[in-house]
Design a protein around this ligand. Sequence first.
Ligand code: ADE
Length: 224
Amino acid sequence: MKIDVLTLFPEMFESPLGHSILKRAQDAGLVEINFTNIRDFAEGQYRKVDDKPYGGGPGMVMMPGPVFDAVEHAKNKSSEPARLILLTPQGKKFDQKLAAELSNEKHLILISGRYEGFDERIRTSLGAEQVSMGDFVLSGGELAAMVIIDCVVRLLPGALGDEDSAADDSFSDGLLEYPQYTRPEDFRGMKVPDILLSGDHKKIAQWRKDQSIERTKNNRPDLL
Ligand code: ADE
């Protein structure tokens, strides 16, 4: 898989992509992540990428020219058709289902914006899917792009040490994950449930299912 990130701040991604699962997946060649600095496509002495909104109002708006040019540049880097995603609080909410869908793509282009938002022509003419992290406003789309990269890459076959470990994740079956325990068996008087020590795999599976349902009912009834 190839992921291209279009951003004004590529250096923000260095640490999150440089550790653990994301680093291993890149080292193993499961994913190639490249950055395009939108400012490289800005014109003029000051390489301006934003300007005041027509009609007045606070803040600055990202100009269409540099974003369109950066997208064309990223598209031309791969012969595979790219799935184009614009990070914005106005998009559809990102979830595990969309992460799974994106993990089957060969080429993703993620566009991270800054300032008050994008010129409307970027939204309407670029043919990008608009995706949001939730009903809140971030300072820019970079953290949102990192969330997508993290969720998608860990789903690539071979990215996790244990092939099965994504299968039991919360949301993978529409429910929250069941409670997990590890050593010690007794921690400050708090004991691991007997059933998990029983060795009866059928009973354990049923207990986990029941716990998942119970937890989802209590914490996220909207998922049921
Ligand atoms: N940019 C700013 N806020 C955002 C959000 N909630 N999701 C995606 N991109 C954003």
